[in-house]
Ligand binder design. Structure first.
Ligand SMILES: *Cc1c(COP(=O)(O)O)cnc(C)c1O
Length: 337
């Protein structure tokens, strides 16, 4: 067992703490007033993400929730709607912000475990031009969805449908870099079918805060206007942007270790609970155990300082290989004890 001073926390990959080197980059960052467009570190981060995703422009936002909202505001006007999966973050987990703040309504559609909506469902949900209906404006996808990368080629198929109907395409790519790594594609290739793409810096990348929205010059200009309206125009934001820039420069490749850890831990769980109880997806493990078994396991693990959520366990850069070994031993102890 490791002598961890900090607990092994598998509840989310948002729980990472900035490393000393990242904190130094923040300390050293040149700054200016970003509302004036004069923060060199924010500008560098935006240029770097635009280049990485092969888009014209990008905009730093305080959170993924806000950058998704900015995208919806950029694509839609009052009375418009977005088509979205019924378990997508942009539908379920963002407080209904598009409707609350933008008078934009969601059209939720059944969403498979891998983040796909059927093309038939999408096509049937696109409204004809008629004042009885909200105006369908944009299709929102998510990659990864609960750790699962979208199947290759799927977004292209949706984009061609969107084009036939004159709709935009937005990607909630909070964990796009995990998908790119798992599928051996560049982030730009996975971003290509979309007009706008939001990525998170504060998930597996390990920055304390921040998200970036990338897209065409025109959509990003519009998003920038709404960011100010929503109170997201920040001043010497280079202090936090520096962490994101550092993460992109030094920590993207470390996501591979999270994926390896997930595989390794999933193998231990499979040995104890059987294949049907365990599904691994990039940096996440989904456990399907009877309520009582799961509660017993969670309690057993809490004895060695492990925190787990439900329904998934999430790997991140503050989980060490020795932590995975300790977890495996504890899991073995649970099944035999
Ligand atoms: C975390 C996350 C977001 C953004 O969340 P914030 O906490 O607002 O940064 C968006 N979409 C998905 C799929 C996420 O996991």
């Amino acid at each position: 067992m490791t002598s961890t001073s900090s607990p092994i926390d598998l509840r989310s990959d948002t729980l990472t703490s900035p490393s000393p080197a990242m904190r130094k980059a923040m300390f050293d960052a040149p700054v200016g007033d970003d509302v004036y467009g004069e923060d060199p570190t924010v500008n560098a981060l935006q240029e770097s993400v635009a280049a990485l995703l092969d888009k014209e422009a990008a905009l730093f936002a305080p959170s993924g929730t806000q950058s998704n909202l900015l995208a919806l505001f950029a694509h839609c006007d009052r009375g418009d709607e977005y088509l979205v999966g019924d378990s997508a973050h942009t539908f379920r987990y963002e407080g209904g912000g598009a409707a609350v703040l933008g008078s934009i309504s969601p059209q939720p559609l059944p969403m498979a475990f891998d983040g796909t909506l059927t093309l038939d469902d999408i096509e049937a949900a696109i409204k004809p031009t008629d004042f009885h209906f909200a105006r369908s404006r944009v299709i929102c996808l998510e990659n990864t969805h609960a750790g699962e990368p979208l199947p290759l080629g799927y977004a292209e198929a949706v984009a061609s449908l969107a084009e036939q109907h004159g709709l935009g395409m937005h990607l909630d790519g909070a964990r796009l870099f995990n998908a790119a790594l798992a599928q051996n594609r560049t982030p730009a290739a996975l971003a290509a079918p979309f007009d706008t793409v939001s990525v998170c810096l504060s998930k597996g990348l390990g920055a304390p805060v921040g998200s970036v929205l990338a897209g065409s010059q025109m959509l990003i200009e519009e998003a920038k206007r709404w960011r100010k309206v929503l109170g997201g125009g920040m001043r010497q934001a280079g202090i936090i942007a520096a962490a994101g820039l550092y993460a992109l420069e030094h920590q993207i490749d470390d996501l591979a270790q999270d994926h390896q850890h997930a595989e390794q831990l999933a193998n231990c769980l499979t040995d104890n609970f059987g294949e049907s109880a365990v599904r691994v997806a990039t940096n996440m493990i989904h456990l399907n155990l009877p309520e009582e078994t799961y509660a017993g396991l969670a309690e057993h693990l809490s004895d060695i300082g492990v925190r787990v959520g439900r329904p998934r366990w999430v790997m991140h850069r503050d989980i060490a290989s020795s932590d995975i070994e300790a977890l495996c031993r504890a899991i073995q102890g649970f099944s035999t004890g």
